[in-house]
Ligand binder design. Structure first.
Ligand SMILES: *Cc1c(COP(=O)(O)O)cnc(C)c1O
Ligand SMILES: [Zn+2]
Length: 411
């Protein structure tokens, strides 16, 4: 069973029934899921979780919906890899990569969509939809196919081929909007008001965003029921960042973690860094920007959870890091060459932020650091096209030896 109790307004605290709503009618604050934690406390235990499925559903007691609605793609419980090689390079003895690029559609978005899809089915919706920066389109399309419901995904038309095809293959209706993500989102908000469609990140947003908490649960469990000393997380809307923090604190409040003293560090690319800009200006007012970044999955100029992300940074004495655009592809290569993990641009942003914090001496050598790699590099091959530099040879021994000599001189 699910222990969801209500929705409540994050600003004024007013409670609402469990429904596909996302804004407070009184103060326009965002709605958040409220749980019956007393009841959860009675049933949850490390043992019960460890006996659960190897997916996000092992944390079902802490989610706003159960699997019973029907859609289980095997999302979650992705590898937490000890990054010995990259750690050595950066002078870090306890560096881990949470590799969420191994999810069913190769990004962390399967977590939020698995939760939102089951909730949408429970509410009786027959259309699944989203406003996407790329990965969400793929996750929604796959879940819509599995749920056998009509699926419409909206995205900015300048998206990478890998993201467009990675949604198209599932048979969803693709809507390529001639505009920025923020314009796509505005269009979808209007559509959600006038159609009975489950927009996972609009009218279903309170449920959707809860899916991200599972990343916090997993790293704590995978570290042996211990919170990381530091999390480094890429931000678009800022939701993932705040929910990892929420997840860790829920485990502490339920007595599953002794303490949570985690620095929460947020990373954005230079071409779209409105949250970092507000942090640098020492304000909680996030000024919208027009994104111009190669990290398209992070290209949200007007981040819905920017304010809450800034509060999390302040509360944890964390950092906000702006990553130079040329370092995005460079750090995708760095992670691939050191750890054998091929991440997309958002992962390049995280690794660059990690490197910058390590170089500046902000991370101490023995801290348990988790860098969140949220998506797969095969979806953004455009940005690393110059990485391929083969030895061209005729198919005979001598030609190969000569070609290799020439190649070695060049490299
Ligand atoms: C969507 C996305 C993010 C950021 O998510 P928010 O919750 O909007 O901050 C990070 N990484 C990847 C790969 C994404 O697709
Ligand atoms: Zn309110």
């Amino acid at each position: 069973m699910s222990y969801i109790k209500c929705l409540y307004c994050r600003e004024c605290g007013r409670e609402y029934p469990v429904a596909p709503e996302h804004v407070c009618e009184f103060c326009f604050g965002p709605l958040e899921v409220g749980y019956d934690y007393e009841a959860i406390k009675k049933v949850i235990s490390k043992d019960k979780i460890q006996k659960g499925p190897l997916s996000i559903w092992r944390y079902e007691d802490l989610l706003p919906v159960t699997r019973d609605a029907g859609i289980d793609m095997g999302t979650g419980f992705t590898p937490l890899v000890k990054a010995e090689n990259l750690g050595k390079l950066l002078g870090l003895n306890n560096l881990y990569i949470k590799n969420d690029s191994t999810n069913p559609t190769y990004s962390f978005k399967d977590r939020v969509v698995s939760v939102a899809t089951n909730k949408a089915l429970e509410f009786g919706f027959d259309t699944l939809a989203c406003a996407s920066t790329g990965n969400l389109a793929g996750a929604v399309s796959a879940h819509g196919a599995k749920a056998k419901i009509d699926t419409k995904v909206f995205f900015p038309s300048d998206l990478e081929q890998g993201k467009i095809l990675g949604a198209a293959i599932y048979g969803a209706t693709l809507v390529a909007v001639d505009g920025t993500y923020d314009e796509v989102n505005r269009l979808c908000s209007e559509l959600a008001d006038n159609h009975r469609w489950a927009f996972v990140n609009v009218n279903m947003r309170p449920y959707y965003s809860e899916g991200s908490k599972t990343l916090g649960y997993e790293v704590a469990e995978q570290l042996g029921w211990r919170a990381p000393d530091r999390c480094i997380v890429p931000a678009a809307s800022g939701s993932l960042f705040t929910k990892i923090w929420k997840g860790l604190n829920e485990l502490k409040d339920l007595g599953l973690l002794d303490s949570v003293d985690t620095f929460m560090d947020l990373a954005q690319p230079d071409g779209c860094s409105p949250i970092v800009e507000a942090f640098d200006q020492d304000t909680y007012h996030v000024k919208p920007v027009k994104p111009e970044t190669i990290a398209k999955s992070l290209a949200i100029g007007n981040p819905a959870d920017g304010f809450y992300a800034l509060k999390t940074i302040a509360e944890t004495k964390g950092n906000a890091v702006r990553v130079p655009e040329p370092e995005v592809a460079e750090c995708m290569k760095l992670l691939a060459e050191t750890e054998g993990i091929f991440t997309e641009t958002a992962g390049g942003v995280v690794i660059s932020a990690l490197r910058s914090l390590a170089k500046r001496g902000i991370i101490s050598a023995d801290e348990v650091v988790v860098a969140f790699v949220t998506g797969n590099g095969l979806k953004t091959v455009e940005v690393i096209e110059d990485a391929a530099d083969p030895v061209f040879t005729d198919p005979d021994y001598k030609s190969f030896q000569d070609a290799l000599d020439v190649w070695n001189k060049r490299n």
